[in-house]
Design a protein around this ligand. Structure first.
Ligand SMILES: Nc1ncnc2c1ncn2[C@@H]1O[C@H](COP(=O)(O)OP(=O)(O)OP(=O)(O)O)[C@@H](O)[C@H]1O
Length: 250
């Protein structure tokens, strides 16, 4: 699904990511940990193709396509979608209009999606204008549900969300990951091939109560240092701090 090889990225003239290698196979969810400023958002923005993140070396392949220098709209059409940590307010653009633009299938019922996210009353507001932290996340999830991406990039889905709304956010992310998985009463777990793929950044780990993580990784000073069970990594970070991750076996 996603393959990152020897990726170097700089912002302005500042090198941020150094020789990052990462693979997210079909249907897997990987969790990215790391201290503030270690480059986690930079990695997501680079995968999505935002300007300002200059690839100095390396390659990003998605679904077999070299997307390293592909425009952002083409990556979105190919199936990459992002939930921002701090999405901008867009004055003069109604949320409903933005969701219509994101919508993959013109028959998708925006009102029904918004109803599920308790977001219907916000559809006619400008994008993210005067929304609370939890409302912003639900707005982002609504856009993703309309876009129907195959790879979800989730940048701190818990930030600014209270514990009750966390359940709404967690359930919505689960629906996105299991979209199209046939309901099979004899088998509780879908095969990985049927699930969507996901890279999620978290500091608190709350999201792990709602999604099944296949692997965790630690980005430290622009370098991927550790790759293990996500809950184990979280436990380790809580006990010893990030600096100890530098010495972790891969
Ligand atoms: N547009 C920019 N201009 C200048 N520096 C930037 C820019 N974007 C990111 N940086 C710098 O790149 C480094 C990595 O930032 P990034 O947001 O990727 O870190 P992060 O790991 O996501 O941090 P956090 O956990 O705080 O969200 C930081 O030092 C940040 O100041």
């Amino acid at each position: 699904m996603l393959l990152i090889e020897d990726l170097g990225v700089q912002v302005g003239d500042k090198p941020i990511l150094k020789n990052v290698n990462m693979e997210i196979p079909d249907g897997e969810t990987h969790v990215l940990f790391g201290p503030n400023g270690s480059g986690k958002t930079t990695l997501m923005m680079t995968i999505m193709g935002f300007t300002g993140y200059t690839v100095t070396h390396g390659k990003i392949t998605f679904k077999g396509h070299d997307v390293t220098f592909m425009p952002i709209n083409e990556r979105a059409e190919l199936g990459i979608g992002v939930l921002f940590q701090r999405p901008p307010t867009i004055h003069g653009l109604k949320t409903r209009t933005l969701v219509e633009i994101c919508r993959k299938n013109p028959n998708t019922d925006i009102d029904a999606l918004a109803e599920d996210l308790a977001f219907k009353s916000f559809l006619e507001r400008d994008v993210n204008e005067n929304l609370s932290g939890g409302e912003i996340k639900r707005s982002e999830l609504l856009q993703l549900q309309a876009q129907e991406p195959d790879l979800l990039l989730l940048d701190e889905p818990e930030s600014g969300v209270d514990l009750e709304n966390m359940a709404v956010v967690g359930d919505a992310i689960n629906r996105l990951l299991h979209r199209g998985v046939p309901k099979n009463p004899t088998c509780k777990l879908p095969s990985k091939r049927e699930k969507k793929s996901c890279l999620v950044i978290t500091h608190t780990g709350y999201i792990l109560d709602y999604i099944t993580a296949d692997r965790g990784q630690v980005l430290y000073d622009g370098v991927l240092r550790c790759s293990q069970n996500a809950r184990e990594i979280l436990k380790w970070i809580r006990e010893y701090g990030y600096a100890e991750c530098v010495g972790c076996p891969q």
